[in-house]
Design a binder for this molecule. Sequence first.
Ligand SMILES: O=P(O)(O)OC[C@H]1O[C@H](O[C@H]2O[C@H](CO)[C@@H](O)[C@H](O)[C@H]2O)[C@H](O)[C@@H](O)[C@@H]1O
Length: 519
Amino acid sequence: MSEPAPATLSRTRLDAVLFDLDGVVTRTAQVHAAAWKDLFDAYLRERAPHEGEDHSPFDDQRDYRRYVDGKPRVKGVKHFLAARGIDLPLGEPSDPPEEETLWGLGNRKNQRFRSTLSEQGVARYDCAVDLLHRLRETGFRTAVVTASKNCDLILEEAGLADLFDARVDGVEAERLELAGKPDADTFLEAAARLHCEPARTAVLEDAVAGVRAARRGAFGLVVGVDRGGARDSLREAGADLVVGDLCGVKVTAEATDPPPLLAESGPLLRRLAERRPALFLDYDGTLTPIVERPEDALLAPAMRAALRAAAEVMPVAIISGRDLDDVQALVDLREIIYAGSHGFDIRGPDIALEQPEGVDALDDLTRAADTLEARLADIDGAQVERKRFAVAVHYRRVADDQVARVEDAVTAAADRAPNLRRTGGKKIFELRPDIDWDKGRAVTWLLEKLGLEGPDVLPIYVGDDDTDEDAFRALAKQGGIGILVAAQDQPSAAAWRLADPDAVRELLASLTAAEADAR
Ligand SMILES: O=P(O)(O)OC[C@H]1O[C@H](O[C@H]2O[C@H](CO)[C@@H](O)[C@H](O)[C@H]2O)[C@H](O)[C@@H](O)[C@@H]1O
């Protein structure tokens, strides 16, 4: 099974990281497990047996993970006892430890836990501490989010109090009436205290309840921390990836890291667990292989069929550098949305946009295209492609020693037209209106116009070229996912990579099947 490993926390995609405490930062999970075992075993030994009850001892691996790990204390007592057929009254937070109520037993467990801490001190996971230092040096904000009401004590004892910008613990959750994990409230409160969007925040969790909470909160990256035997359950709960050792987690300031290959759709489908997809696709290099001549990049019937099927169950838009009419004719499906000229020109059922500043630049574009046709007429293989809001000059078929001449001509044309700016792509030089508009802005505009901005939507953008990086960056800020199409590793703001258009078609089929099932 593939996963986007090794884990990389990149400042281009994320602003903050939320740490669970017990089992992620401190080795207190074992102390908790032992305290729970002491409590429940003694209680079950002493309790008179009633019909339907199971008094077998607490299993500090299986029962710990299933019933108490990561949950508010009283919820843990309730869930474990319920599994053994025992129903106790809730009681009051002030109940003494001898009281036979959920609160009383919870307080008894806490007494044991705190006395072990004061006897033995708090052991830390050195790799977690190292990761916290690396994150803070790279400009990340950090918070600890735990159901524990002993957070302050544990952090002080462990000497870690200064490594977090915010704390949301069991005491704060009770004061603010926040639901505990697996609800997302405590994580969302921490992100708000850090002034960071959940979509640009990662969560590190060792408990299934915590992973579920992070997933429900639509956090940008959910990393399961497996301290032994929990890999599959963390994955099933929705972790994007599971690591055993936080020393292996990379921290980068830039997107210099190539996105990992998405060898099967599982990791992406898990991100869709509680969201519906909205699909944005580039054309050349994404839906068709790159070929020598732009007019030969025809859509394969199988890809058209995959797009048609996808459009039946989710919004689909093609965001292309080509002219709008050109790309629409090539794809030839009426039910989807098209953006041409890198998003300057948009058309679809019930939606349309023509960038007004682009319209102002039309005469300049025509003049530039005419000049370039004339200047490049004697260079074999040079091809000028006029789109409504851009002029591309292709040099894929130009001899290497002639490419500089092509480039000089495009630079000269740009110098003569202050309304235009020079950009590039795969073996093309391009001129387009010099305004702050690109594929990223176009996708953001479409999400807003189509009412797809909510947390229930997962926008996915698939593209292969430099111009698609704008869309990857824009989507990363909105909790969406970029997927780069590239045969080899290369730096990108995308989260994942697919090798070629065939892999894109397979992904479309998986997404379509999953979405059809979910409906
Ligand atoms: O955003 P896209 O839909 O990917 O369009 C980007 C450019 O694609 C086309 O050029 C590219 O594909 C050609 C055919 O495979 C190839 O010959 C060329 O070298 C590539 O740059 C299209 O012709 C351009 O207008 C688009 O800007």
